[in-house]
Every structure is written in C-alpha cells, then in structure tokens.
Design a protein around this ligand. Structure first.
Ligand SMILES: Cc1cc2nc3c(=O)[nH]c(=O)nc-3n(C[C@H](O)[C@H](O)[C@H](O)COP(=O)(O)O)c2cc1C
Length: 196
C-alpha cells in the first residue's frame, strides 16, 4: 500500500500548482463532489479518531446572506461570488461520539469535562480542515480558506443550538486565475525543519 506514491501531476494538483483563490468562475459545484470530499477527508487521522470537524456547505443565496455580516470586509466579495462557502466548525461535545468512533476503549472519559477537550477539538478539527482542502483539490476543485470572519456571529447565525463552533471558512469552486495574487515565498527547509 505505502510502496506507491503520487505522480508529479497529482503532487502539482495538491500542492505545487494549487493556490488559494480570490475569484471564481461562474461554473457551479456538483454536490456529489462535496460529499466525496468529506468522505475522503474523514479518513485522515485524528486523536483517538475523535473526528471533531463539522461542516456546513453554504450554497443558497439566503444562507450566503446570513453569512455576509460575519465576513471581514476584504472577504465579502470573494465569498458572495463563490459557488460554495464551507463553514468549518468543531463539535465541542465531540467526545459523545467516541463510543462509536473508538469503541475498543472508554475514550469519552479522556475528554468529557476535561480542560484539554476544547484545545483537542480545535487541533483535530483544524487537521481535518486541512485534509478537506486537499481532498477538494484532489477532486479538481479550488479553495480559498479564510479566518477573516466573526466566529461568534457566524455561530449565532448557523449554530444557535451550540452544536458546533466555527473556526474557519473556505470558499470552494473553480478559481479565476486572473484574480490570484503572486505566489508568496515559503520557508526553506532549514528554517522550518531539522533532524535530531
Ligand atoms: C487558516 C487560513 C486563513 C486564511 N484567512 C484568509 C482570509 O481571511 N482572507 C484571505 O484573503 N485569505 C486568507 N487565507 C489565504 C492565505 O493568505 C493563503 O492561503 C496563503 O497566502 C498561501 O497562498 P497560496 O495557497 O496561494 O500559496 C487564509 C488561509 C488559511 C489557511
């Protein structure tokens, strides 16, 4: 299984040619692709298989209008014109699913009522958000992740029952290359990694 690796074209699609997009072609996004992306992303690893990410795919004009007042000014136009905007949230009571997700141990008791439950939910949901971005790219879609929004306002609008807490948005669609900023540099290996 691990003896194969992705070819250069696949690595380009996922990493080297993929960009964070700011503008969108009018082409719609098939709901089936969004479902496939979630089904791929959910297979990525999380602590104790805790899987705390919850996603709302905002596609209707009415739901987009609910999101509009939550957005930072610089994120309004790109979000309102994107075919889909995903609200990425974590389930603060994610541990209630652990009897299903980690049935061979009492993993619920490792988190329920513990101060490290929320940091764990945030970290693992953020990992899953990354898996989702790469899954979407792998299925031929473009993304534009954003943290420039009012999470409290977003939660009041979309998760009034407290079932999830948003931490990130991502626009999804077919990106307009004309609206890309120049690619920013990355750190060199030695600046971000070492061997010990
Ligand atoms: C968690 C996260 C939050 C971001 N927030 C915003 C944002 O609020 N607005 C925006 O225009 N871009 C935002 N970005 C996009 C980043 O600036 C972009 O991913 C980064 O510069 C790399 O660009 P590239 O993928 O095109 O190389 C965000 C990206 C991530 C992953």
């Amino acid at each position: 299984m691990s003896s194969t690796s992705l070819d250069a074209a696949a690595l380009d699609l996922l990493f080297l040619e993929a960009r964070s997009h700011n503008g969108w072609k009018p082409q719609p996004v098939d709901e089936a692709l969004l479902r496939r992306a979630v089904d791929l992303a959910k297979m990525g690893p999380t602590a104790a298989n805790s899987s705390p990410l919850r996603v709302v795919f905002v596609t209707s004009a009415a739901a987009k209008e609910k999101l509009r007042p939550c957005l930072s000014p610089g994120n309004v136009e790109k979000t309102m014109t994107a075919p889909v905007t995903a609200i990425l949230a974590f389930d603060p009571a994610f541990y209630d699913r652990l009897p299903k997700l980690f049935p061979h141990a009492d993993a619920r008791s490792w988190f329920a009522g513990q101060p490290h439950a929320e940091p764990a939910a945030r970290m693992n949901a953020a990992l899953q958000a990354g898996y989702l971005l790469l899954a979407l790219r792998g299925l031929g879609l473009d993304t534009g992740p954003m943290s420039g929004f009012d999470a409290g306002a977003c939660d009041a609008a979309f998760f009034a029952d407290g079932s999830a807490r948003s931490f990130m948005l991502t626009n999804i669609g077919h990106g307009d290359p004309a609206k890309l900023f120049p690619r920013s540099p990355r750190l060199d290996f030695e600046e971000m990694a070492s061997f010990a």
